[in-house]
Design a protein around this ligand. Structure first.
Ligand code: NAG
Ligand code: NAG
Ligand code: NAG
Ligand code: NAG
Ligand code: NAG
Ligand code: NAG
Length: 394
């Protein structure tokens, strides 16, 4: 338990530190504050934001055969203690600025990048920690070996190309210095800010894994049809409370849900051949309409499967996600399950009861915590020069 206590302390320190930092407005932080403040004071209800892609956080994971081990060994103590504020200040001082400006540029062309990277971030951190394992294309050239990114439902993760773009720019400036794991965490955070979400501090100094974890991902990524018991189990084995779990699922406030994720809820709920009886009829009809010919669409390769239809889950980091749950209008079965447990339902009600400020605060804290899960630091792991490939000489 000492680990947990320390982790809390570290986390509290980080939050406190970030508050102090933003109060005193040093150079880096005050720059970063602008997009956050301006977007939060005018929650961008732009139509463009509704073009963001599927987030579907649900489809994350925990670790097979030993969640306990995973958490105590790798998560808290080791990890967050060795991460640092502005780790690259000497080795690549422009690193965080480059990520931020590149993200702003990408976001200008693809609003959906925020939801894509948010989902990628969750998939990476939830499976064996934030180590960029989800970005690997194959294991040392063995094309037959299954890789983590293919374990996600219908291989629906996207945004790999965006990480590659950012990495390339960083490699031009500071070759071999900035890890893919840090890039993903920073880019996801910056994407959230660009989409009008809350700012949260990100420590850096993560290193990249040499392997990918297909089996773990397959086993432990929460599924769209998972029940609340299972969801809470997956999150608590990574140290998240009920409240934090509810806040993290709020990532579904933005993006789109691919039809493949609601297929069974709409057509064949728990094998009954009928829709989920709890689905309001109008919502069911909307889903059916939007996804009617989805069943005929072939799964194509990793990035392209999103030609499939999808349902928008919203565009802003406000309380609409929770208000929908209160009205029984969660899109995924797993979303609506948050109302099936007394404790999580209470949190949903609390988050629904204001303009989103409570949710945003909790979301920011839970994201900070998630970004330190199971990190490799110091001499562990490696720094890849291409995010999809392990360093060969290893
Ligand atoms: C993301 O947005 C771009 C440009 O707006 C669009 O071309 C692309 O199809 C979108 N991708 C997805 C997966 O929706
Ligand atoms: C990959 O799989 C193919 C077909 O199953 C097989 O012929 C080939 O030898 C395998 N390659 C490796 C490196 O295992
Ligand atoms: C919830 O899901 C788990 C795992 O899929 C299953 O073992 C359990 O029986 C389910 N619980 C309920 C109440 O349906
Ligand atoms: C519904 O699911 C069950 C169990 O997975 C399956 O046996 C049945 O054939 C499905 N029905 C339809 C109409 O797809
Ligand atoms: C996604 O995968 C599931 C199970 O593997 C399959 O039943 C479904 O048809 C797939 N959906 C799409 C759109 O490919
Ligand atoms: C939300 O409400 C709180 C208190 O009710 C207020 O302090 C805050 O400024 C509001 N935020 C937005 C974005 O409207």
């Amino acid at each position: 338990m000492l680990g947990t206590v320390k982790a809390r302390w570290v986390f509290a320190t980080v939050v406190f530190f970030s508050v102090v930092v933003s109060r005193s407005k040093p150079r880096v932080e005050s720059e970063r504050e602008k997009p956050f403040l301006s977007s939060s004071s005018s929650p961008a209800k732009s139509s463009s934001a509704s073009e963001e892609p599927l987030v579907t956080l649900v489809s994350m994971a925990s670790s097979e055969g030993g969640q306990e081990e995973f958490f105590t060994e790798t998560t808290t103590d080791e990890g967050s203690r060795n991460l640092e504020y502005d780790f690259y200040r000497n080795s690549c001082p422009q690193a965080e600025t480059i990520v931020r400006s590149k993200m702003a540029w990408i976001y200008g062309q693809h609003r959906n990048v925020s939801a894509q990277l948010l989902r990628l971030f969750f998939h990476d951190c939830f499976i064996e920690g934030c180590d960029a394992s989800v970005l690997l294309d194959d294991s040392n050239g063995d094309k037959n070996r299954s890789i983590e990114k293919q374990a996600t439902p219908n291989r629906s993760l996207k945004g790999f190309d965006k990480i590659d773009q950012i990495k390339e720019e960083l490699e031009n400036v500071c070759p071999g210095v900035v890890s893919c794991a840090d890039i993903l965490v920073l880019a996801a955070r910056d994407g959230i800010i660009l989409a009008g979400g809350p700012y949260y501090p990100v420590l850096t100094g993560r290193r990249d894994s040499t392997q990918s974890y297909f089996d773990v991902a397959l086993e432990e990524i929460p599924k769209p049809d998972d029940n609340i018991t299972h969801i809470l189990h997956l999150f608590s084995s990574r140290g998240f409370s009920e409240r934090e779990t509810v806040a993290l699922l709020g990532a579904h406030s933005i993006g789109k849900i691919g039809c493949e994720f609601i297929q069974s809820r709409v057509n064949n709920f728990t094998g009954t051949g009928q829709p989920d009886p709890a689905l309001p009829l109008d919502l069911l009809n909307t889903m059916k309409l939007k996804c009617q010919d989805n069943a005929n669409r072939a799964t194509s390769n990793t990035d392209a499967s999103q030609s499939s239809l999808s349902i928008s889950s919203g565009a802003v980091f406000d309380s609409h996600y929770y208000q929908n749950l209160l009205r029984g209008r969660g899109i995924l079965f797993a979303d609506q399950q948050l109302m099936a447990n007394r404790m999580t339902a209470q949190v949903v009600a609390a988050f629904a009861s204001d303009n989103g400020s409570a949710f945003r605060m909790d979301f920011a804290q839970a994201m900070t915590k998630m970004s330190t899960l199971g990190v490799l630091t110091g001499s562990q792991g490696q720094v890849r020069s291409v995010c999809s490939l392990p360093v060969n000489s290893y």
